[in-house]
Ligand binder design. Structure first.
Ligand code: GCO
Length: 261
Protein backbone atom coordinates (compact mmCIF):
# COMPACT_ATOMS: atom_id res chain seq x y z
CA UNK A 1 0.00 0.00 0.00
CA UNK A 2 3.06 2.29 0.17
CA UNK A 3 2.35 3.07 -3.50
CA UNK A 4 -0.79 4.93 -2.47
CA UNK A 5 0.54 6.59 0.67
CA UNK A 6 0.36 10.41 0.52
CA UNK A 7 1.84 11.10 3.96
CA UNK A 8 4.00 14.22 3.82
CA UNK A 9 2.37 15.47 0.62
CA UNK A 10 0.57 18.81 0.33
CA UNK A 11 -2.54 18.60 -1.86
CA UNK A 12 -4.27 21.70 -3.19
CA UNK A 13 -7.89 21.20 -4.24
CA UNK A 14 -9.47 24.20 -5.93
CA UNK A 15 -13.17 24.49 -5.14
CA UNK A 16 -12.63 21.98 -2.35
CA UNK A 17 -15.32 23.44 -0.08
CA UNK A 18 -18.17 21.23 -1.35
CA UNK A 19 -19.34 18.61 -3.82
CA UNK A 20 -16.87 16.47 -5.74
CA UNK A 21 -13.96 18.68 -4.66
CA UNK A 22 -14.69 17.89 -1.02
CA UNK A 23 -15.00 14.17 -1.79
CA UNK A 24 -11.64 14.15 -3.55
CA UNK A 25 -10.04 16.18 -0.75
CA UNK A 26 -11.43 13.71 1.77
CA UNK A 27 -9.87 10.81 -0.15
CA UNK A 28 -6.48 12.53 -0.37
CA UNK A 29 -6.53 13.27 3.36
CA UNK A 30 -7.45 9.67 4.14
CA UNK A 31 -4.33 8.66 2.19
CA UNK A 32 -2.28 11.01 4.38
CA UNK A 33 -2.08 14.27 2.45
CA UNK A 34 -2.27 17.71 4.08
CA UNK A 35 -5.12 19.67 2.46
CA UNK A 36 -4.92 23.13 0.94
CA UNK A 37 -8.47 24.12 0.06
CA UNK A 38 -9.25 27.06 -2.18
CA UNK A 39 -12.64 28.66 -2.57
CA UNK A 40 -14.39 31.99 -3.04
CA UNK A 41 -17.24 31.84 -0.46
CA UNK A 42 -16.24 32.50 3.18
CA UNK A 43 -19.20 30.62 4.69
CA UNK A 44 -18.56 27.52 2.55
CA UNK A 45 -14.87 27.61 3.45
CA UNK A 46 -15.67 27.90 7.15
CA UNK A 47 -18.04 24.91 7.01
CA UNK A 48 -15.62 22.85 4.92
CA UNK A 49 -12.66 23.45 7.24
CA UNK A 50 -14.85 22.55 10.23
CA UNK A 51 -15.70 19.28 8.47
CA UNK A 52 -12.08 18.48 7.59
CA UNK A 53 -10.80 19.36 11.08
CA UNK A 54 -13.57 17.32 12.73
CA UNK A 55 -12.26 14.33 10.78
CA UNK A 56 -8.77 14.99 12.10
CA UNK A 57 -7.33 16.12 8.78
CA UNK A 58 -4.65 18.80 8.41
CA UNK A 59 -6.41 21.43 6.30
CA UNK A 60 -5.90 25.10 5.52
CA UNK A 61 -8.21 27.29 3.45
CA UNK A 62 -7.49 30.20 1.14
CA UNK A 63 -10.12 32.42 -0.46
CA UNK A 64 -9.15 33.59 -3.94
CA UNK A 65 -10.36 33.47 -7.54
CA UNK A 66 -8.36 31.04 -9.68
CA UNK A 67 -9.18 33.08 -12.79
CA UNK A 68 -7.32 36.11 -11.42
CA UNK A 69 -3.69 35.37 -12.25
CA UNK A 70 -2.37 38.17 -10.01
CA UNK A 71 -4.28 36.99 -6.96
CA UNK A 72 -3.53 33.34 -7.72
CA UNK A 73 0.21 34.06 -7.92
CA UNK A 74 0.07 35.95 -4.62
CA UNK A 75 -1.74 33.13 -2.85
CA UNK A 76 0.41 30.33 -4.27
CA UNK A 77 3.45 32.22 -2.95
CA UNK A 78 1.77 32.72 0.46
CA UNK A 79 0.73 29.06 0.63
CA UNK A 80 4.23 27.91 -0.24
CA UNK A 81 5.57 30.06 2.63
CA UNK A 82 2.89 28.96 5.13
CA UNK A 83 2.45 25.29 4.23
CA UNK A 84 5.39 24.36 2.01
CA UNK A 85 5.57 23.15 -1.61
CA UNK A 86 2.43 21.93 -3.38
CA UNK A 87 2.96 18.32 -4.44
CA UNK A 88 -0.55 17.61 -5.74
CA UNK A 89 -2.87 20.05 -7.54
CA UNK A 90 -6.49 19.09 -8.22
CA UNK A 91 -8.05 21.61 -10.63
CA UNK A 92 -11.64 21.05 -9.58
CA UNK A 93 -13.15 24.55 -9.30
CA UNK A 94 -15.75 24.95 -12.03
CA UNK A 95 -19.09 26.44 -12.96
CA UNK A 96 -21.80 25.47 -15.42
CA UNK A 97 -24.44 27.56 -17.14
CA UNK A 98 -27.24 25.58 -18.78
CA UNK A 99 -28.45 27.89 -21.55
CA UNK A 100 -29.31 27.08 -25.20
CA UNK A 101 -26.38 28.13 -27.40
CA UNK A 102 -28.63 30.25 -29.60
CA UNK A 103 -29.55 32.53 -26.70
CA UNK A 104 -26.47 32.33 -24.46
CA UNK A 105 -24.83 35.70 -23.79
CA UNK A 106 -21.20 35.88 -24.91
CA UNK A 107 -20.33 37.10 -21.40
CA UNK A 108 -21.84 33.93 -19.92
CA UNK A 109 -19.87 31.79 -22.37
CA UNK A 110 -16.64 33.60 -21.50
CA UNK A 111 -17.29 33.21 -17.74
CA UNK A 112 -17.56 29.41 -18.04
CA UNK A 113 -14.43 29.18 -20.20
CA UNK A 114 -12.59 31.43 -17.75
CA UNK A 115 -13.34 29.37 -14.64
CA UNK A 116 -13.35 25.88 -16.15
CA UNK A 117 -10.40 26.19 -18.56
CA UNK A 118 -8.34 29.35 -18.01
CA UNK A 119 -8.35 28.87 -14.22
CA UNK A 120 -6.80 25.39 -14.43
CA UNK A 121 -4.17 26.78 -16.82
CA UNK A 122 -3.30 29.60 -14.41
CA UNK A 123 -3.07 27.28 -11.41
CA UNK A 124 -1.15 24.56 -13.30
CA UNK A 125 1.41 27.07 -14.57
CA UNK A 126 1.94 28.60 -11.12
CA UNK A 127 2.27 25.27 -9.30
CA UNK A 128 4.31 23.59 -12.04
CA UNK A 129 7.08 26.18 -11.55
CA UNK A 130 7.78 24.76 -8.08
CA UNK A 131 7.15 21.16 -9.20
CA UNK A 132 9.79 21.57 -11.92
CA UNK A 133 12.26 22.77 -9.29
CA UNK A 134 11.73 19.71 -7.08
CA UNK A 135 11.40 17.38 -10.10
CA UNK A 136 8.12 15.87 -8.99
CA UNK A 137 4.44 16.73 -9.07
CA UNK A 138 0.90 15.54 -9.71
CA UNK A 139 -1.70 17.63 -11.51
CA UNK A 140 -5.24 16.26 -11.79
CA UNK A 141 -7.72 18.16 -13.96
CA UNK A 142 -11.40 17.45 -13.34
CA UNK A 143 -12.89 16.93 -16.75
CA UNK A 144 -16.39 15.67 -17.55
CA UNK A 145 -18.59 13.54 -19.79
CA UNK A 146 -18.71 16.81 -21.70
CA UNK A 147 -15.01 16.40 -22.46
CA UNK A 148 -16.22 13.74 -24.90
CA UNK A 149 -19.91 14.35 -25.56
CA UNK A 150 -22.19 17.30 -26.18
CA UNK A 151 -25.66 17.85 -24.89
CA UNK A 152 -28.31 20.54 -25.15
CA UNK A 153 -27.71 23.78 -23.20
CA UNK A 154 -24.12 23.15 -22.03
CA UNK A 155 -22.09 24.46 -25.02
CA UNK A 156 -19.74 26.62 -22.93
CA UNK A 157 -19.18 23.88 -20.35
CA UNK A 158 -18.52 21.25 -23.04
CA UNK A 159 -16.12 23.58 -24.87
CA UNK A 160 -14.27 24.23 -21.60
CA UNK A 161 -14.15 20.60 -20.49
CA UNK A 162 -13.15 19.44 -23.99
CA UNK A 163 -10.40 22.03 -23.89
CA UNK A 164 -9.39 20.88 -20.41
CA UNK A 165 -8.91 17.34 -21.75
CA UNK A 166 -6.52 18.64 -24.41
CA UNK A 167 -4.81 21.02 -21.97
CA UNK A 168 -4.20 17.95 -19.78
CA UNK A 169 -2.55 16.13 -22.67
CA UNK A 170 -0.47 19.13 -23.67
CA UNK A 171 0.80 19.90 -20.16
CA UNK A 172 1.56 16.19 -19.76
CA UNK A 173 3.63 16.38 -22.95
CA UNK A 174 5.61 19.43 -21.82
CA UNK A 175 6.16 18.51 -18.17
CA UNK A 176 6.58 14.71 -18.07
CA UNK A 177 10.32 15.14 -18.43
CA UNK A 178 10.31 16.92 -15.04
CA UNK A 179 8.59 13.91 -13.43
CA UNK A 180 5.32 15.82 -13.30
CA UNK A 181 2.34 13.64 -14.17
CA UNK A 182 -0.63 15.60 -15.55
CA UNK A 183 -3.83 13.56 -15.87
CA UNK A 184 -7.57 14.01 -15.56
CA UNK A 185 -10.63 12.50 -13.98
CA UNK A 186 -13.90 12.58 -15.92
CA UNK A 187 -16.80 12.12 -13.52
CA UNK A 188 -20.00 10.79 -15.01
CA UNK A 189 -23.27 12.02 -13.57
CA UNK A 190 -22.91 12.46 -9.81
CA UNK A 191 -25.36 13.42 -7.10
CA UNK A 192 -24.10 16.88 -6.12
CA UNK A 193 -25.47 20.41 -5.78
CA UNK A 194 -24.27 21.06 -9.36
CA UNK A 195 -26.61 18.39 -10.72
CA UNK A 196 -29.40 18.91 -8.20
CA UNK A 197 -31.54 20.92 -10.66
CA UNK A 198 -31.55 18.05 -13.19
CA UNK A 199 -31.89 15.29 -10.60
CA UNK A 200 -35.21 16.16 -9.04
CA UNK A 201 -37.75 13.31 -9.09
CA UNK A 202 -39.72 13.33 -12.29
CA UNK A 203 -37.19 15.52 -14.12
CA UNK A 204 -36.80 13.88 -17.56
CA UNK A 205 -33.02 14.10 -17.26
CA UNK A 206 -33.03 12.08 -14.04
CA UNK A 207 -34.76 9.11 -15.71
CA UNK A 208 -32.59 9.54 -18.81
CA UNK A 209 -29.33 9.31 -16.88
CA UNK A 210 -30.46 6.22 -14.99
CA UNK A 211 -31.30 4.53 -18.32
CA UNK A 212 -28.17 5.86 -20.08
CA UNK A 213 -25.79 4.66 -17.34
CA UNK A 214 -25.03 0.90 -17.45
CA UNK A 215 -24.53 0.98 -13.66
CA UNK A 216 -28.12 2.36 -13.56
CA UNK A 217 -27.44 4.94 -10.85
CA UNK A 218 -26.05 8.43 -10.26
CA UNK A 219 -22.49 8.45 -8.99
CA UNK A 220 -21.81 9.05 -5.31
CA UNK A 221 -18.93 11.50 -4.59
CA UNK A 222 -16.99 8.78 -2.76
CA UNK A 223 -16.92 6.80 -6.02
CA UNK A 224 -14.10 9.21 -7.06
CA UNK A 225 -11.79 8.32 -4.16
CA UNK A 226 -9.88 5.50 -5.87
CA UNK A 227 -9.07 7.35 -9.09
CA UNK A 228 -8.09 10.45 -7.11
CA UNK A 229 -5.66 8.64 -4.82
CA UNK A 230 -4.25 6.67 -7.77
CA UNK A 231 -3.49 9.79 -9.84
CA UNK A 232 -2.09 11.63 -6.79
CA UNK A 233 0.25 8.81 -5.73
CA UNK A 234 3.41 7.01 -6.82
CA UNK A 235 1.15 4.36 -8.35
CA UNK A 236 0.69 6.67 -11.37
CA UNK A 237 4.32 7.78 -11.86
CA UNK A 238 4.31 6.49 -15.45
CA UNK A 239 0.79 7.65 -16.32
CA UNK A 240 0.69 10.85 -18.38
CA UNK A 241 -2.08 12.67 -20.19
CA UNK A 242 -4.78 10.15 -19.38
CA UNK A 243 -8.37 10.94 -18.46
CA UNK A 244 -9.88 8.32 -16.16
CA UNK A 245 -13.64 8.33 -16.65
CA UNK A 246 -15.51 7.38 -13.49
CA UNK A 247 -18.90 7.25 -15.17
CA UNK A 248 -20.70 3.98 -14.45
CA UNK A 249 -20.11 2.96 -18.07
CA UNK A 250 -21.80 5.83 -19.93
CA UNK A 251 -18.93 6.35 -22.39
CA UNK A 252 -18.67 2.60 -23.05
CA UNK A 253 -22.08 2.30 -24.66
CA UNK A 254 -24.52 3.81 -27.16
CA UNK A 255 -27.25 3.06 -24.63
CA UNK A 256 -30.25 0.78 -24.98
CA UNK A 257 -33.87 0.99 -26.08
CA UNK A 258 -36.27 2.02 -23.30
CA UNK A 259 -37.99 -1.37 -23.20
CA UNK A 260 -34.74 -3.38 -23.01
CA UNK A 261 -33.47 -4.68 -19.67
C1 GCO B 1 -25.06 18.51 -17.04
C2 GCO B 1 -24.30 18.01 -15.84
C3 GCO B 1 -22.92 17.53 -16.26
C4 GCO B 1 -22.27 16.81 -15.11
C5 GCO B 1 -20.89 16.33 -15.38
C6 GCO B 1 -20.93 15.17 -16.31
O1 GCO B 1 -25.72 19.54 -16.94
O2 GCO B 1 -24.97 17.82 -18.06
O3 GCO B 1 -24.20 19.00 -14.84
O4 GCO B 1 -22.18 18.63 -16.67
O5 GCO B 1 -22.23 17.63 -14.00
O6 GCO B 1 -20.07 17.35 -15.85
O7 GCO B 1 -19.62 14.68 -16.45
Amino acid sequence: MELFNLTGKNAMITGGTHGLGMAMADALAQAGAQLIITGTTPSKMEDALAYYHAKGYQAKGYLFDVTNETDAAKYVELITKEVGGIHILVNNAGIIKRVPAISMQVLEFRQVIDVDLVGPFIMSQLVAKQMIECKEGKIINICSMMSELGRNTVSAYAAAKGGLKMLTRNLATEWAKYNIQVNGIGPGYFATSQTAPIRVDGHPFNDFIISRTPAARWGNPEDLAGATIFLASKASDFVNGQIIYVDGGILATIGKPNNEE
